[in-house]
Design a protein around this ligand. Structure first.
Ligand SMILES: [Zn+2]
Length: 267
């Protein structure tokens, strides 16, 4: 096989991944909206939020429908938020990166399920300030199911479980102390449970890195919202920052961890 052939195959796989990712991103976006508004996300057809017209297949092609209709509803002409097309493009990119990073393996599928859950719970958290337990359960279940394929011995498995307990438990303790000091809820229960799942996937060191990264992202997010004057009674969804940090560490954290270990000559 020539190099050109394998490159062609690579491009082909990336293209398929991008299309699948955009479609799944569209589904997760819709599911997140329904979860946030307390609706069943399997039943019912998609509707235009402005005129309520049921959307057909040709209105629901990810990215393309939005571009062809120039960002407007086919039936009422009302503008359709670019949020949809942006989340579809973003998740297409995430899907391609996941494929390139983990290849076509069971671990790739497991990590992709985790990324889907992180994406969905971020959208729900942005909309309704809650992190759905369902996403966390699916992520934890995928981790458990894929254990035979993970390059972990019993000690390694124990360390990852311990990381989940320590990060979940540590944050719970921290939030209880902060609640007492600030006299209001500091960290939501969902954020704490989410960090327990992040610990399972990433282990100690990468979880610690994601905690630091999440704190920085969370701070930027707060400043950005302040700048835009979007404050909702002081409520801040911390889920998207944790999810972005965990996703980045999952995809590219290996380098950061070995660099850190290298500082101590332990790499
Ligand atoms: Zn409409």
């Amino acid at each position: 096989m020539s190099i050109y052939d394998s490159r062609l195959i690579l491009v082909y796989f990336c293209a398929v991944a991008a299309v699948l990712g955009a479609a799944l991103g569209s589904f997760l976006n819709c599911a997140a909206w329904r979860i946030a508004h307390g609706e069943s996300f399997l039943k019912g057809r998609s509707r235009c939020p402005a005129c309520g017209h049921t959307l057909g297949a040709r209105d629901l092609v990810p990215v393309l429908s939005w571009l062809l209709l120039r960002g407007k509803c086919r039936y009422c002409g009302e503008k359709v938020s670019p949020r949809y097309v942006l989340t579809e493009l973003f998740f297409a990119l995430v899907t391609v990166l996941c494929l390139l990073r983990f290849d076509l393996t069971v671990l790739c599928l497991r990590n992709y399920v985790f990324l889907c859950c992180l994406f969905c719970l971020s959208l729900v958290d942005l909309e309704s300030y809650t992190i759905p337990d369902g996403c966390l359960l699916i992520a934890a279940g995928a981790w458990l199911l894929a254990l035979p394929f993970a390059a972990l011995d019993w000690g390694g498995i124990g360390l990852h479980v311990l990381a989940g307990l320590v990060f979940g438990g540590g944050l719970l303790l921290l939030s209880l102390i902060m609640d007492k000091v600030l006299k209001k809820e500091s960290l939501g229960g969902g954020d704490i449970k989410l960090f327990a799942v992040v610990g399972l996937y990433l282990g100690f060191l990468a979880s610690l890195f994601s905690l630091l990264l999440a704190a920085v992202l969370g701070l930027l997010f707060v400043l950005l919202r302040r700048g835009k004057g979007e404050e909702n009674g002081g409520q801040i969804p911390f889920g998207p920052s944790i999810a972005a940090a965990a996703g980045a560490m999952l995809l590219y954290g290996g380098g950061a961890v070995s660099w850190y270990l290298g500082l101590f000559g332990a790499s």
